[in-house]
Design a binder for this molecule. Structure first.
Ligand code: NI
Length: 134
C-alpha cells in the first residue's frame, strides 16, 4: 500500500533489526521500495521476470553475478551511496562484509529468494517484504 503520510527512512530503519528481512517503505505504481539490513551471505537466486535495483544506504554490498550469456562469474562492489541493477534472469548472490543497509526497488510480490534458488540458509528470510510497523 502507498502510505498517505511521509515516511522517515531513519525511523523505518530503526524499527527493525532482523537481517535479510526486507521492509516495504512505500510503493510506486506496481513496485515496492524496500529497505533491509544485511550482513554476511544471502543465497544464489534468480528473478526470471524482473530486474532488481539496489542502493546502498550504509555499509558495503557485494553482489556476485553469473552472467547468463558467458556463464562467467563476477562480483560488483557497491560502497555506500552506490546503485546497481541486477538484470532479470541473472543469477546473483548478495554479500555484505559488514553491517549494511540497502534500499531495493522491485515489483510488488517479488520473492526475496527469487524464482529459483540454492538451499536457503536459516538466516535468510523468504518473504515478499514485510509491512513496516509504525
Ligand atoms: Ni535478488
Amino acid at each position: 500500500m502507498t502510505s498517505t503520510e511521509p515516511v522517515s527512512l531513519p525511523a523505518a530503519l530503526d524499527s527493525f533489526s532482523a537481517l535479510w528481512s526486507p521492509r516495504i517503505l512505500t510503493t510506486v505504481n506496481d513496485y515496492d521500495v524496500r529497505v533491509a539490513k544485511v550482513e554476511g551471505e544471502h543465497v544464489w537466486h534468480v528473478h526470471e521476470g524482473t530486474d532488481e535495483f539496489f542502493l546502498v544506504l550504509d555499509g558495503e554490498l557485494h553482489i556476485a553475478l553469473r552472467e547468463s550469456e558467458s556463464g562467467s562469474e563476477r562480483t560488483v562492489v557497491l560502497p555506500k551511496g552506490s546503485a546497481f541493477t541486477v538484470p532479470r534472469g541473472t543469477e546473483h548472490k548478495p554479500y555484505a562484509p559488514v553491517r549494511t543497509e540497502i534500499l531495493v526497488i522491485e515489483p510488488t510480490g517479488t520473492l526475496s529468494v527469487g524464482d529459483r534458488h540454492d538451499d536457503v540458509p536459516g538466516h535468510v528470510d523468504v518473504t515478499t517484504g514485510h509491512v513496516l510497523s509504525s
